[in-house]
Design a protein around this ligand. Structure first.
Ligand code: FES
Length: 123
């Protein structure tokens, strides 16, 4: 029996994040309530901290990429090369709304990401 409450489902845990190097981003899939497709976010390490960006680009729906961050700081959407700051989701040097961000807490090599909460960039 699944004893998780609805609020438990709003937090996902990603182990092994201590192996995510500075200036890198990794794609994370997570289940959503109901039968829809999984959610996607990009977990980024900047300045030694973890940040989570929704992978859906707010420009025209491209997919923000995992891999090395540009300049070690910015996540990039490969469709039109827009850059986003993982710390707050803001677009860099272009007129565009922010990418969705999620609160992250890192404890003991595991990231706890509150996918039910949204910081800025709510769409
Ligand atoms: S769709 Fe992402 S930059 Fe255009």
């Amino acid at each position: 029996m699944d004893a998780r409450s609805a609020s438990d489902l709003d937090v996902i845990r990603v182990p092994g994040v201590d192996r995510l190097p500075e200036g890198e981003a990794r794609l994370v899939l997570f289940p959503r309530h109901g039968d829809g497709p999984p959610g996607e976010l990009v977990l980024c390490r900047v300045g030694g901290r973890l940040f989570a960006l929704g992978s859906e680009c707010p420009h025209e729906g491209g997919r923000i990429a995992e891999g090395p961050l540009e300049g070690g700081r910015f996540a990039v959407c490969p469709l039109h090369q827009y850059k986003f700051d993982p710390r707050d989701g803001e677009a860099v040097e272009v007129e565009c709304g922010p990418a969705r961000t999620y609160p992250v807490r890192e404890t003991g090599g595991t990231a706890e990401i509150r996918v039910g909460g949204v910081q800025g960039g709510a769409r």
